[in-house]
Design a protein around this ligand. Structure first.
Ligand SMILES: Cc1ncc(COP(=O)(O)O)c(C=O)c1O
Length: 458
């Protein structure tokens, strides 16, 4: 890749090597985004936008609409009967609703590197799942009560940690250990995370990081951190919030010995806004009957409808489900998961992703407005740096660009006006994430060209 020239032709050659799956997705057009005045001569209002925001909300697989329609038809045609009976004659509906999430499990297991369907479940949404897993796995004692996590974790995660500590009667000030990057650095060094584990190892109950940091795009060394914490003490549990990692990078949760993980599915798993979330629970915990926020959907299926007074947990992740899942959300996720399989699996997609994001990094680093992160001065305008690690092993699809003071909003608006959709994190960051399904190297080329044009006008 380092030798690939940074030209449009080179981008097109890479696109032949790594074909796009854009035809499987609904790509917003300039017109559908309400952009009626294209800023480039080659565009008209029916031109597709360049959507680099799958890190926030993935685009809709075209097959999703029919899948949702089929369940609406099943509802219309059979009402409550659809819980237990498909109508094979009409073909509406995927499964009886009582088992609507069954077909998802093997596909979900493949995407997050579980060893089998028993290690995953589609359920709830992300913050709810984080609470559910912490309720089961964070069991502080007088001696061991701390949670180690990244400073500036997504606020919902922080609130969950605070709430969990408080529910155990602990003071979050002492129970929570947020880890900051070194002064002048944006990302955490693995060696510093391991040193913090060492420092707190006698009082740590849990290590819970995000797989990929939402702001910086840093992909933590999940395997090393997990195994190090376990080696420091078998009483430390290690959990991961994979909001920005699931469907983005090829995590191997089972092989890495991760205790638990949770994720949403509306980002790289393309399940739609507010889509159903998911969990992973390692098989080593399958039968430990730990106390949990129990609900009837986690109960032994053969006795679920007998309504017995004692909870009989399904061994594994499925035993953490509480409620019958939203059928519409579940089939949306199913349609997306089938595309991962169709594309050859997460490993193949990750290779395409690395190629595009590396091309993006290299093009950005060639810009006359780019300044290496160690030399960046926010008062030298106009300029930008990249706070995401350059090493592909330490990042997923997303690059986070940090702009000189009072520059970002203008750049963001101008990109938007050209139908280039990223997202902004005020005051100064734009996140750009070429998606391995529906973006192309040529789009990467166009985005950097537009960025350079916009910054030249500042
Ligand atoms: C890292 C992380 N954690 C938690 C959340 C909250 O997700 P939800 O609203 O689905 O609970 C998000 C949402 O973007 C996130 O990125």
């Amino acid at each position: 890749m380092a030798s690939v020239p940074l030209t449009r032709q080179a981008a097109q050659a890479l696109d032949s090597q790594y074909p796009s799956h854009a035809h499987l997705f609904a790509i917003p057009t300039l017109a559908s985004l309400g952009l009626t005045k294209p800023t480039s001569g080659t565009q008209d209002s029916s031109s597709p936008s360049i959507y680099f925001c799958g890190n926030s909300l993935g685009l809709m697989p075209k097959a999703t609409r029919a899948a949702v329609d089929a369940e609406l038809n099943a509802w219309a045609a059979r009402g409550v009967v659809a819980h237990f009976r498909r109508n094979d004659a009409t073909g509406d509906g995927l499964e009886p609703w009582v088992s609507i999430d069954k077909p998802l499990a093997p596909l979900l297991a493949a995407v997050v590197g579980a060893d089998g369907e028993d290690e995953v479940a589609a359920m709830n949404t992300l913050t709810g799942n984080l609470h559910t897993l912490l309720a089961a796995f964070y069991k502080p004692t007088q001696a061991r009560y701390k949670i180690l996590f990244e400073d500036k974790a997504f606020p919902s995660d922080l609130y969950a940690f605070q709430g969990q500590a408080e529910m155990h009667g602990l003071n979050p000030e002492t129970a929570l250990v947020p880890l900051k990057p070194r002064v002048g650095e944006y990302t955490l060094r693995t060696e510093d995370i391991l040193a913090a584990i060492d420092e707190h190892k006698d009082s740590l109950a849990a290590v819970v990081f995000s797989g990929i940091q939402f702001y910086t795009g840093q992909y933590f060394d999940m395997e090393t951190i997990t195994s190090y914490a376990h080696a420091a003490s078998p009483d430390i549990v290690v959990g991961w919030d994979l909001a920005h990692a699931a469907g983005n990078v090829d995590v191997r949760l089972h092989d890495w010995g991760v205790d638990f993980a949770c994720f949403c599915s509306y980002k790289y798993l393309n399940s739609g806004p507010g889509g159903i979330g998911g969990i992973f629970v390692h098989r080593k915990h399958a039968k430990d009957k730990r106390a949990r926020q129990a609900g009837w959907w986690g109960n032994n299926e053969s006795t679920r409808f007998a309504m017995l007074p004692d909870f009989d947990a399904i061994p594994g992740a499925q035993g953490f489900r509480m409620s019958n899942p939203s059928v519409l959300n579940t089939v949306c996720l199913y349609e997306s998961l089938k595309l991962f399989e169709k594309a050859g699996g997460i490993g193949v997609l990750r290779a395409r992703s690395i190629s595009m994001t590396t091309f993006l990094y290299r093009l950005l680093a060639e810009s006359k407005f780019y300044v290496p992160v160690t030399e960046f001065d926010e008062d030298k305008k106009p300029s930008f740096t990249i706070i995401t690690p350059e090493d592909p092993v330490q990042r997923g699809a997303q690059l986070s660009l940090l702009f000189s003071r009072d520059t970002m909003e203008h750049v963001f608006e101008e990109l938007d006006a050209r139908g280039i959709i990223g997202d902004e994190r005020r005051p100064s960051v734009i996140r750009l994430a070429p998606n391995h399904f529906y973006n192309t190297h040529e789009e990467v080329y166009q985005v950097v060209k537009a960025l350079n044009e916009i910054m030249s006008g500042l």
